[in-house]
Design a protein around this ligand. Structure first.
Ligand code: FES
Ligand SMILES: [Fe+2]
Length: 437
């Protein structure tokens, strides 16, 4: 079965109708599992989680579980986390280190490279000894950006091809050298798409996150939206610039002043003409960055030094890249319930010249050190100030999707990335249905 790209579909194909059933239907959820999630490159974890041979992690994606293992030669291989004897889950838990994997049912053993090396009563198989034959079912695996990626479709296109322009634009940040200082996870009472839709549009910024207008020019007329034929998209919103919607857009606000001071600039130099600060700050970062051990700054565009580059990767991952901080959020399907999903919020930071402490996603000053996962009970703990706002609306929307009075989304032009996301989803499902017919 081949993997398709969205351009394989005629542009005359109708846009997806964004109706409530796709957020609440178990049938649609199953189609997504079979024809979307099992066909795309997914992030299984960070490479830094498995530094030594024998280290492993697992990733639960819907009902599938994938086992990723560091090999003796330093490479990483990924397998379905299932015993080939009678289907017992092979590895329980999310991380560990071992010399071999032993099934807890009848004791079959698999080496790090997935080869079945031992079975009890090997002479009692009329069909022949399964050792070396019934190995762990392998999936495609690749490394980029310090992330471990896997794809359950053995015939999939390369990770490079899947990422396309996104990889080119993100390469410069050298995320492989970044440190994950926030790793928050929660089961959230909404469909995964309610969250990803939200991350695919900035129409909600003035209403849901009014405080962001201090940091970015959230006026859509000044924002660039790019839709890639891979199904991914990008929003480039100007940073280090007060919102041009503001009453006094020419005044340096506290957020801009703080950023200028951090880079040894005097905010008062821009009194009454705050709009000039952005380009001056880009130059200053260009000049001072390498000396502060941000040695990758020469690889970044001027805009990348001040502006958030907000990527939505099909299907459910969002990467918001700023010069020294990258946020990764993702929403993945719940194993059985379309009204729930698994939401994750990571913050990666560049170590730089050893600023001892930096703010994490919860606004706490922390050391630049890898953190363990924190599971947050939704509604009790915070998943970050801004994400809490987004999740509040996404869960409210999920309640609305239960209403038979909702006819379907009616989008603004600036929400075109939401439409593209659903069009791509439908393209994958159409392709999957056609191939399974
Ligand atoms: S199911 Fe794993 S050894 Fe039998
Ligand atoms: Fe938001």
């Amino acid at each position: 079965m081949s993997t398709q790209r969205i351009e394989d579909y005629p542009s005359s194909a109708p846009h997806a109708a964004i109706t409530r059933d796709r957020y609440i239907s178990t049938d649609f959820m199953q189609q997504e599992a079979d024809y979307v999630w099992a066909k795309v490159w997914n992030i299984g974890g960070r490479l830094s989680e498995i530094p030594e041979a024998g280290d492993y992690i697992t990733h639960q994606l819907g009902r599938d579980s994938i086992l990723m293992v560091r090999q003796e030669d330093g490479s990483v291989r990924a397998f379905h986390n299932v015993c080939t004897h009678r289907g017992n889950r092979l590895v329980y838990g999310e991380e560990g280190a071992t010399d071999l994997f032993t099934c807890s049912y009848h004791g079959w053993q698999f080496s790090l490279d997935g080869v079945l090396t031992y079975v009890q009563d090997a002479d009692d198989f009329p069909q022949g000894n399964p050792c070396g034959v019934l190995n762990l079912p392998e999936v495609r695996c690749d490394i980029w950006g310090g992330f471990i990626w896997y794809n359950m479709d053995l015939d999939c296109e390369s990770l490079d091809g899947f990422l396309g322009e996104v990889k080119t634009l993100l390469d410069g940040y050298e995320m492989e050298h970044m440190v994950r200082i926030s790793y928050l996870v929660s089961e959230v009472p909404c469909n995964w798409k309610s969250i990803h839709d939200n991350f695919c549009e900035s129409y909600h910024l003035p209403t849901t996150h009014p405080e962001l207008s201090e940091f970015f020019d959230d006026d859509y007329k000044n924002t660039v939206f790019e839709l890639f034929d891979t199904g991914h998209n990008l929003m480039r919103m100007k940073g280090a610039l007060p919102s041009q919607r503001d009453d006094e857009p020419d005044q340096v606000n506290p957020a801009l002043a703080a950023e200028l001071e951090e880079w040894d600039m005097n905010p008062r130099d821009f009194d009454g003409h705050a709009g000039d600060a952005r380009e001056a700050l880009q130059q200053q970062k260009r000049n001072l960055g390498p000396g502060r051990k941000y040695t990758y700054f020469p690889k970044l565009l001027d805009e990348q030094l001040t502006d958030p580059f907000h990527f939505n990767l099909f299907p459910g991952t969002t990467i918001t890249a700023q010069a020294t901080v990258v946020g990764l959020q993702r929403a993945e399907p719940h194993p059985t319930d379309p009204n729930k999903c698994i939401y994750e919020n990571w913050r990666l930071v560049a170590p730089g010249d050893g600023k001892a402490r930096v703010p994490n996603e919860l606004g706490e000053d922390v050391a630049i050190e890898e953190v363990e996962k924190t599971v947050v009970t939704f509604g009790e703990g915070s998943l970050g100030y801004i994400p809490d706002q987004d999740l509040r609306v996404a869960t409210g929307q999920q309640l609305g999707f239960q209403s038979r009075g909702f006819a379907g989304a009616y989008l603004t032009g600036q929400e075109s990335r939401v439409q593209q996301f659903h069009d791509c989803l439908d393209a994958y499902i159409r392709h999957g249905c056609a191939n399974s017919a």
